[in-house]
Ligand binder design. Structure first.
Ligand SMILES: *Cc1c(COP(=O)(O)O)cnc(C)c1O
Length: 413
């Protein structure tokens, strides 16, 4: 069969809406004119001649050489994610934690100081609190919501402020602009883990953040298929600092996983809107249930940072709802929470989020299981707490699924 060359490389016009960018930014199609992006499953790239190869390895000429340096499927994802975050550039990584590791390795050296919220993702706390300490980087952990605590923790050697908003599992919201101003006033950088809100709801760079971290494993993929991560930021940091480093350190995003999350971005906007809408309905319903002590959801007026969340997250609350099942003692709370979880027939019992299938878990014995009871109390992760990562099922079916255990919770003594 004759192949018609298909050099469709029409540059996109400026000023497109993010909904359009999510579908249209990427790579030009190959000579075959495929409409769905090709996936470039190759570790290496054939060079036309030795001199070209030498120039490409020396980064004097554009062109792919080896997939630890770059790969077209990864580039397509990076371009699309950067456009959605309003960043100059992005770099894909093997997982969300790989993105955080790459950021730390790229920005910090022995003697530097970092400030993180104490309600960051558990592995982030481990990485900064324990692992980076081995290399002489010190980290202070402060309140997620109290800017004064962040200010008080600043030192002359503070290089990085790292926040995550909303947090897991209590959906605490921090003020991105206030933290950016604090960081910049002291010559430090602000990085924001935008995993829970995604660029469909929240754009930290437009609020002053220097870097945005992603676990692509969550909402960017959206269907719980692959591990992926990314850092978004300026050309200077992405291409000048992180790209040369990943070439040596190697925690690169696989081309297949890049292709999956690249395709996932096409539906991110509608998923985040629909999952936020379902979450608000379920959260409101939970708040009325007599067996429920408390509901944590930024979209509810009862949330302590509701106004800030609405301003910062495009009027949406995102898709994680946490709630506490009532009980007279921690043991009873735990038994009743287990009963609610075990009585479901639709929700998945698992520890992930960002999927279109609703997932629930008991935080105190899973994501926060390695903490002491005292640390859990400080973090607000009580024994009755259940985290619900709301998907796209009909919300009434999820409510009925939860009602089965909640309605009979009082019988568990
Ligand atoms: C899951 C998660 C991470 C880590 O991402 P992985 O892809 O699992 O490595 C980082 N931050 C947040 C907020 C997360 O939820």
């Amino acid at each position: 069969m004759t192949q018609t060359p298909h050099a469709i490389d029409r540059p996109l016009p400026d000023g497109l809406h993010p909904d359009t960018l999510a579908l249209r930014v990427g790579l030009a199609p190959s000579q075959y004119g495929e409409h769905s992006d090709a996936v470039y499953l190759t570790s290496t790239f054939v060079q036309p001649d030795a001199a070209t190869s030498a120039r490409r390895f020396a980064m004097e000429e554009e062109g792919y050489t080896y997939s630890r340096t770059s790969n077209p499927s990864v580039t397509a994802f990076e371009r699309r994610l950067a456009s959605l975050e309003g960043a100059e550039a992005a770099i894909g990584t093997a997982s969300g934690m790989a993105a955080i590791l790459l950021m730390g390795m790229g920005l910090l050296k022995s003697g530097d100081h970092v400030i993180c919220s104490n309600s960051m993702f558990g592995s982030t706390i481990k990485l900064f609190g324990s692992e980076f300490g081995k290399f002489g980087v010190e980290t202070s952990f402060v309140s997620q919501t109290d800017v004064a605590e962040w200010r008080a923790a600043m030192r002359p050697n503070t290089k990085l402020l790292f926040a995550e908003t909303p947090t897991n599992p209590l959906t605490e919201v921090c003020d991105i602009r206030a933290l950016a101003d604090l960081a910049h006033g002291a010559g430090a950088l602000l990085a924001v883990d935008n995993c829970f809100a995604s660029p469909a709801l929240q754009k930290p760079i437009s609020l002053g953040a220097d870097l945005v971290i992603h676990s692509g494993t969550k909402y960017l993929d959206g269907q719980g298929r692959v591990m992926a991560g990314a850092i978004c930021g300026s050309h200077q940091l992405i291409d000048g600092v992180f790209a040369p480093l990943i070439r040596s350190a190697g925690m690169v995003l696989s081309p297949f996983n890049a292709w999956v999350v690249h395709k996932g971005l096409e539906t991110l906007g509608v998923r985040m809107q629909a999952q936020s809408r379902n979450s608000l309905q379920i959260a409101g319903w939970l708040e009325q249930h007599p067996a429920v002590e408390r509901v944590y959801y930024p979209g509810l007026p009862s949330h302590p940072q509701h106004a800030l969340a609405m301003a910062q997250m495009g009027g949406q609350g995102a898709a994680v709802v946490s709630f506490v099942v009532k009980g007279a003692t921690p043991e009873q709370e735990r038994a009743r929470a287990f009963h609610v979880i075990d009585s479901t027939r639709v929700c998945s019992i698992a520890t992930n989020l960002g999927d279109v299938k609703t997932i629930l878990c008991h935080s105190a014995s899973t994501s926060h299981g390695r903490l002491s009871e005292a640390q859990r109390q400080t973090a607000g992760v009580v024994q009755g707490l259940i985290r619900l990562a709301v998907g796209l099922e009909y919300p009434g079916d999820i409510q009925n699924d939860l009602a089965r255990g909640l309605d009979s919770a009082a019988s568990i003594t």
